[in-house]
Structure formats: C-alpha cells, structure tokens
Design a protein around this ligand. Sequence first.
Ligand code: IMP
Ligand code: MG
Length: 174
Amino acid sequence: MDKIKILIDEQTVDKRINELGEQISADYAGVSELHLVCVLKGGAFFMCELAKRITVPVSLDFMSVSSYGSETKSSGVVKIVKDLDEPLKDKDVLVVEDIVDSGRTLSYLLEIIRNRGPKSVKLCTLLDKPDRRVMDVKVDYTAFEIPDEFVVGYGLDYDQKYRNLPYIGVLNEQ
Ligand code: IMP
Ligand code: MG
C-alpha cells in the first residue's frame, strides 16, 4: 500500500470550492450562459462540485488530451484524444483543470481553444504548483497553491489510482 498523507482535507476543499463558485457567479453575473470545459479525467471531480455552486446558467463539455513524448517529461505538445462536442464560437468559456504544473499542457490547450473563436476564455484550476512553471499561463481562479510535491485525490491520480479520494493527499512511495 502506498502511504498517503492528507494535505488538504475534504472540508477545506469543499469550503474553498464554495467560495470560488460564489466568486465566479458574481464575475459572470448577467451572462446568458457560462460554458465549462473540463479537461478529463482529472478535472471531472472538481468541475462537478464547482458547477453545482455556480448560479448563472451553465453548459458543460469535456475534452481529453495526452502529451506526446515520454510519460515523465511533458513535451508541451498535446494530442486531443477526445475533442469537445460543441463549437466554442462566441461562448464565454471557463476551462476547468485539476492542476497546473509546468503549464505546458495548458498553454497549448488554451491556444487551441482561443483559435475556435470564443467570446472569452478564463482558466480555473483546483491546484497550482507555481514553483514548477516553465510556460507562462495566466490562471484566473485557483483553489489552492501547493508546494512542489506529487499529490493525488479529488481527481488526481497516480497510475490511474486514487482519483476518488475525497481529499488531496501527498503520496509517499515506500
Ligand atoms: P503540465 O503540462 O506540466 O502543467 O502538466 C499538468 C498535468 O500533469 C496535469 O494535468 C496532471 O495530469 C499531471 N500532474 C502534474 N502534477 C501532478 C501531481 O502532483 N499529481 C498528479 N498529476 C499531476
Ligand atoms: Mg490534467
């Protein structure tokens, strides 16, 4: 068994998502629809919790990307494994991610999204590891900044495991 130390407990995550939901609802007050784009699979848990707390009308779409190159070192060139169902033209888009690490995946993905002609694009992430940043990515909403440690839970995995943990934990390999 891998040992997992709780970094951010369930209650703290939920409370923070409540705050973000309120902030996003206020920032987008009056829009006819906010289009949430979830980056699978990690972003799914966060997006569902966030969407429930947004009071402006919301629509959802999902995409899945994988990075080219070695597993451990993201090249920044991502392949779209599952594309969005809906066009983004003239939509207010909020991209929802689990974590911004080097920023390579997001900077590439945001360029693809901007090229589809949305009215606006913002980025919301559950976690941010600013110390690890290689590519400049503007994050509009961050639930938590965390140190440079490998975390699991709340959508984040280690080898596809632990996504369903209701808290965010640090994995100590034994
Ligand atoms: P980036 O292109 O380096 O920003 O890569 C971000 C991706 O790496 C995320 O979407 C995650 O899938 C993965 N990742 C980065 N840090 C962690 C971590 O601490 N735990 C689990 N996955 C991570
Ligand atoms: Mg991800």
